[in-house]
Ligand binder design. Sequence first.
Ligand code: CA2
Length: 150
Amino acid sequence: MPSILLLNGPNLNLLGTRQPEVYGSETLEMVERSCVQHATSLGLDLVCMQSNHEGALIDALHAARGTHDGIILNAGAYTHTSIALMDALFSVALPAVEVHLSNIHAREEFRHQSYISRAVIGQICGFGSQGYLFAIDALARHLSGEANTE
Ligand code: CA2
C-alpha cells in the first residue's frame, strides 16, 4: 500500500484554538483524522506528524526516504523563510504537495513567497482543511501514474 507522510509545521498544533476566521475551527487532531480516513478510502496509508522545530521537520523529511512514497507539507511560517526545508525536500526526491489553510497570496506580502513551492509538484491554498484532502487526491493520482505532473 503506498504511504504518505503528512507533515505540519510551527503553530499548527494550535489549530482550532485561535483565529478561526483565518484557519478554521477544527483542531489538528480532527484534520489529521479525516485525512487518515480519506487516504484509507483511496487505498493509501497516511502517517501524520507535527513539529514546531525546523530541524525536526528536516529530519522527518530525510526519514521519509525509503519509508513513504509521497509527502504533504504545510510548513507554516517556515514556508516563507526556510531554504533548509526546501533543500531537504529536493534531497529526498519524493513527490510532495504544499498545503496552506489560508490563501497566502491574498495575505501580507511576506506570505506570498514560498521556498517550498520550488520543490513540490503543486501548491494548494485557501481551501481550509479541505486542502489537505485535495492534496491526498492529487498525490493518489500522481502515484497511480494517472496525473500529468512530473
Ligand atoms: O495558511 C497556512 O496554512 C499557513 O501555513 C499557516 C501559518 C502561516 O504562517 C502561513 O503563512 C500560512 C501559521 C499557522 C498558525 O496556526 C495557528 C492556528 C491557530 C491559532 C494560531 C496559529
